[in-house]
Ligand binder design. Sequence first.
Ligand code: FAD
Length: 446
Amino acid sequence: CFCELEGSINDCSCDVDTVDHFNNMKVYPRLQSLLVKNFFRFYKVNLKQECPFWPDDSRCAIRFCQVQNCEDKAIPEGMKEKAEHREKAASFKYTREAQVDRGCSDVEDFDSALGFLDTSISDQAHREFELWAKHDEAEEDFCIVDDHDVDAQYVDLLLNPERYTGYRGDSAHRIWKSIYLENCFGGNNQSSNKFSSFVPHLDLRNLCVEQRAFYRIISGLHSSINIHLCSKYLLSESKDFLDPQGIWGANVKEFMRRFSPETTSGEGPHWLRNLYFIYLVELRALAKAAPYLRREDYYTGIAEEDEEVKLAINDMLSIIESFQSHFNENALFSSGIASIKFKNDYKEKFRNISRIMDCVGCDKCKLWGKLQTQGLGTALKILYSEKLQSATESGLWDKPHIEADPIFRLSRTEIVALFNAFGRLSTSIYEMENFRRVLSNRSILN
Ligand code: FAD
C-alpha cells in the first residue's frame, strides 16, 4: 500500500481518500500561503552546470523554457547576509572542533572570534577545515547541492511557475530513461519493452524492497511533473511569438493520454499511486525533522514576515505530525551489514540523479527538476541520517540553547527545496481532485 513496502507494487489497498482529504483540506492551503513568502520563493541554484554524461544536446529554444532572471534588488538583503553568516558560523564551529581534536591550543572563544573569523585562522587552514567540514556533511547527502558554485543564482520561483513548456522528444526521454536505469543495482538491467515505451520495464516482483521503493519514488516524481504540465497546459498560444502570454489551464485529454489504463497498457493508475507514495515519503521526512525545523529562524531580515513564517511552519508541522499513516522508513536498509553497502549505493544513485538534472535541455524544466530532486534528496537525508537520529534520541532539540555543534544541519537551500518539492506533490494531489471531478464517471484511480 502507499504507506508500507511489503507485497507487490500492485496490491495497494490503502485509502486514497484519506490522503486526499488530509492534503486538500489541511496541507495544501497552508503550503499555498507559506511558499509565497520571501524565505521560500527565492531559490539559489546553478543552471549553467555542464551535463557530465553526454554532450549537451540542446540549449532549448522553446520560449516557455526560459527562466526569468531575478533582479538582485528583489532579494531581501537580510536573507543573503544571513545565508553567508550561517555558512561561516557553521564552518567556524567545525574548524574550532577540529582544532581541539588535533590538539591546537590557540582556539578563541566562539562568540568573540566570529566577528573576525578570517583573521583568527590562517586562510589555508581555514580552507582545509572547510573542505573537511563539507566532506563530513556530504557523507549523509543523497543529493548534490550546487548553491555555492560561482554560477549559482537566486531564482524567483513565483516568476517561473512549473507548467507546460513543450519540452519532449529524445532529450526528455533520455533523461527519464537514465533516471530509471539508476535503479538497476548490481547489473540487474532489464530492458524488455512491455509498454512500447523506452523506459526499461522492471519486473517489480523480482525487486527487493529498496529497489521497489526507488522505482515508486521516481515514478511518483515523474507523475507529479506530468500532472503539472497537464493542469497548467498551454490551451491557446498568443499570436505574437515574443509574447509569453497565452491561455493556460487544465487539459483533460492530455491527462487521459498520459494516465488512463487504455493508453498506458494499464500502468497509468499505478503511476498515479506512486505519486501518493512519494508524497508520504516526504511527509514522513517533514514529520521526522519537525523538532529541528521548529528551531530554524527563517530569516529574511523582515522581522514581521519572519515571525509569521515561523508561526506558519509550526502550525503546518503540527498538522503533519498528527497524520496517522506515516511511511515507515525502517522498512528499508534494515537487514544487517549488507544494508550499509546498499544504503551507500542508494545514496550514490540519488546523487547521480541530481547530476542527470544538469542534462535537462529546457531551463524551466531543469530548474524544477533540480529543485524537486534536491527536495527529495533532503527528505531521504532526513529519513536516514544517523546524526539526526542521535540528536533526537539525546533530546538535543528540546534544550533551550544548543551550545555544541548541533550535529545535524540543513542548509537554507535544502530547506527551501524540501518545502517547495513537497509543495509540488501536494499541488499534484490537489490537481488530481480537479481531474477526477471532470472525469467523474471514469474512475482513473481504481
Ligand atoms: P514521458 O513523460 O516523457 O514518459 C516517457 C515514458 O515513461 C512513457 O512513455 C511511459 O512509458 C513512461 N512513464 C510515463 N510516466 C510514468 C510514470 N509516472 N512512472 C513510470 N513510467 C512512466 N515538460 C513540461 O511541459 N513542463 C515541465 O516542467 C517539464 N519538466 C520536466 C522535468 C524533467 C526532469 C524531465 C526529464 C522532463 C520534463 N518535462 C516537462 C517533459 C515531460 O516530463 C515529458 O517528458 C514530455 O512531456 C514528453 O512526454 P511523453 O508523453 O513522451 O512521456
